[in-house]
Design a protein around this ligand. Sequence first.
Ligand code: G1P
Length: 289
Amino acid sequence: MIKKAIFPVGGLGTRFLPATKALPKEMLPVVDKPLIQYAIEEAAAAGIEEFIFVTGRNKTAIEDHFDHSFELEKTLLAKDKTSALDAVRRMIHAPGSVAYVRQQEPAGLGHAVWCARNLVHDEPVAILLADDLILGKSCMAEMVAAYQGGNLIAVMNVPKSDTGSYGIITPGKDDGQLIEVAGLIEKPDPEDAPSTLGVVGRYIIEPGVFSQLDRQERGASNEVQLTDALAHQIGKVPFHGLRFSGERFDCGSKIGFLQANIAIAMTRDDLAAPLAKWVKGRMLSGQVE
Ligand code: G1P
């Protein structure tokens, strides 16, 4: 069973400045919930019980978010706002089940994951990147159910012109849901990409990946890449990609973030109808083609 998950949240969020100058990008709300909370809930739905955040400077809002706020709870209780109180209390995890470790320098995703090595023992561990918001069935739950050892990544088809934004796999045997990974390369140009199957930010890794990361080899963008450490394990342990059933939004980009907001609002009883009416009105008035 997979019981632990790593959440790399040390990034600077430069694409969302000035919003992210003092606010961690993982705290940006999608409708009314911060991005990181979607990832935590997805992990919890997969049976994860221990949450390891790899943080950086300016990220204390994340720690506060998953802790009690006594003044707030007391006020909500006094005002009888039970559903709001439930919402803030539901997020609190068992004492000792949330750990924070700092990545002192922005040296890449592989480096961030490696910073958590002493909190993970000889066991497979999940990794979730909060930027990738996945609506629908918990992607991590699907991965945990399909996991048979070795390394497992979530994959989806991406436009050929976008291969430079993803880890891209060389596919092997494919049963429709699970695909053998015969090769993996970080952010290739479209003309060099071995396929259009891109890695989405969900991983289950075995301990051998940490041994690779120990070497601190720099790859694309002169950063320690998780992709490279996984690629080094090919042939040593099983490696598969999983086509997940949910819908993924790239909340690291502004358009993906806006789409996620609208898609999630459309699932809410209180928002779907007024939002649809407003969008329709905008389109009819010719402001949107
Ligand atoms: C990271 C990984 C990349 C993966 C992507 C998914 O890149 O390095 O392999 O495809 O996440 O979102 P980033 O988006 O952090 O640049």
